[in-house]
Design a protein around this ligand. Structure first.
Ligand code: ATP
Length: 222
């Protein structure tokens, strides 16, 4: 059987059920055999007031997916040149993973694709699946407008494939279904205020961050 591997990048500061449920739904929708979570070592767009230490975000991700066969985590961005641009990460993974890769990204990030370093090369490397995060803008027409601006061509929607076909890029899938309106920003604010985050993220992750007082006022960097 050919592996179909979804690449789910993000800051995961911290990982929560919104990320995990989105991954689960995308795995089903795109018939993925595996999802590889890729915590950003240093997010090029988030260098001011940066995320907590990579080792903690990596450890929390490992705990979060430990009981889900087919989900795994890579620390590849720790060893790649900084800042870690997605195009470099995907290119490096493409060399090592045997199987079909699909890059997974929320529309809230993808709509700024033109600001990403070497985005054309990134979109030509693997198919992409853009998904809508609850409570945020999105929709097929909005995605089409982003693609027209970024790639200077009119994408053609292929209903059978569930994706836009383009000359200058691999297919761009679109998925609307994510329902859990949870955000890392909100979780960090709750933790800083000493509020409960129970049932918003896996209990093992909650225990990990509470035990170490991560995101408590003394630990926050801004
Ligand atoms: P925040 O959660 O604070 O907005 P973020 O969006 O930067 O932070 P990341 O950890 O970088 O969070 O997110 C990784 C990916 O997961 C992004 O593509 C984002 O769109 C998606 N995502 C985050 N939260 C959800 C959610 N609740 N439902 C669906 N997708 C989500």
């Amino acid at each position: 059987m050919t592996l179909r591997v979804g690449l789910f990048g993000g800051t995961f500061d911290p990982v929560h059920f919104g990320h995990l449920r989105a991954a689960e739904e995308l795995a089903i929708h795109l018939k993925l055999t595996e999802i590889l979570f890729i915590p950003a070592a240093l997010h090029p767009h988030k260098m001011i007031n940066g995320p907590i230490d990579f080792k903690h975000r990596l450890a929390m991700l490992k705990l979060a997916i430990s009981d889900r066969p087919g989900f795994s985590v890579t620390d590849i961005e720790a060893s790649l040149p900084k800042p870690s641009y997605t195009v470099n990460t995907v290119a490096a993974l493409k060399k090592t993973i045997k199987g079909d890769l699909i890059f997974l990204v929320g529309y809230d990030s993808f709509r700024h694709i033109q600001k990403w370093t070497h985005y054309r090369e990134l979109l030509a490397l693997t198919p992409t699946a853009v998904f809508r995060r609850p409570g945020t803008a999105g929709g097929l027409t909005a995605l089409q407008t982003v693609l027209v601006k970024a790639l200077e061509e009119t994408p053609v929607w292929d209903d059978k494939l569930g994706a836009f076909q383009l000359k200058n890029s691999q297919p761009i899938h679109y998925y609307e279904g994510c329902q859990l309106s949870i955000s890392s920003t909100d979780l960090r604010a709750r933790l800083a205020a000493g509020d409960s985050v129970r049932y918003l993220l896996p209990e093992k992750v909650r225990a990990y961050l509470v035990r170490r007082s991560l995101y408590s006022p003394q630990q926050l960097r801004s």
